[in-house]
Design a protein around this ligand. Structure first.
Ligand SMILES: *Cc1c(COP(=O)(O)O)cnc(C)c1O
Length: 188
């Protein structure tokens, strides 16, 4: 919903959209599957349904547990936008085209999202997030999303911390500029 900056003020942005007709672009990479009814994410949960002035993109490699990405567009008048995105927005860096095995994983994950298992998985994840927030408060504590950034200081210390955590069986991703603000490396 707002990458490494934490959670975007969705309700306020939607109110501004209603008042001034803002076009909104949300990145739901951290919210899809992990929150919302059937894992629809925080933005659709707040909006109820997509509208024509909102674009949501998400990764299917994170909470969704498969591969690829997804773009949510409004139904009405979105054909031009859809054509534009498909013509000019092919992958340049990260996830590439979904392969056959990946498509199978997407379909299996869709089934799981429709099942009663998802709310239970979301609940258990939320418990872990709450526990983490109690043990290690960060600037993002309490936002309901499963990503936390722990400022470590120097880049060397960040790498060493990630290595030490991995040795103890925990994977934390060391992130640097431009994933995090310049001069603020962190473990995510
Ligand atoms: C991981 C991530 C992406 C990119 O997702 P890919 O599947 O690697 O393309 C985009 N935005 C945010 C906030 C992410 O965490």
């Amino acid at each position: 919903m707002y990458s490494t900056g934490g959670k975007a003020p969705i309700g306020e942005l939607l109110r501004l959209q209603e008042k001034y007709g803002l076009f909104l672009f949300f990145d739901e990479a951290h919210g899809i599957s992990t929150v919302g009814e059937r894992g629809r994410g925080a933005v659709l949960e707040a909006m109820g349904g997509i509208n024509d002035r909102t674009l949501i993109i998400t990764s299917l490699n994170k909470g969704f547990g498969a591969s690829g990405g997804a773009i949510f567009l409004g139904r009405k008048g979105s054909q031009d936008r859809r054509d534009l995105a498909l013509r000019n927005g092919g992958p340049l860096m990260w996830s590439q085209r979904i392969n056959t095995a990946g498509l199978g994983a997407v379909l299996a994950s869709v089934d799981l999202h429709r099942s009663d298992e998802l709310p239970e998985l979301q609940r258990r994840l939320q418990e872990n997030i709450d526990l983490f927030d109690r043990l290690l408060p960060t600037g993002l504590s309490g936002d309901g999303l499963p990503i936390r950034f722990v400022d470590v200081g120097s880049e060397d210390a960040t790498v060493h911390l990630a290595q030490a955590l991995l040795e103890r069986g925990y994977y934390a991703s060391p992130i640097f500029f431009p994933s995090s603000p310049a001069g603020r490396p962190a473990c995510a």
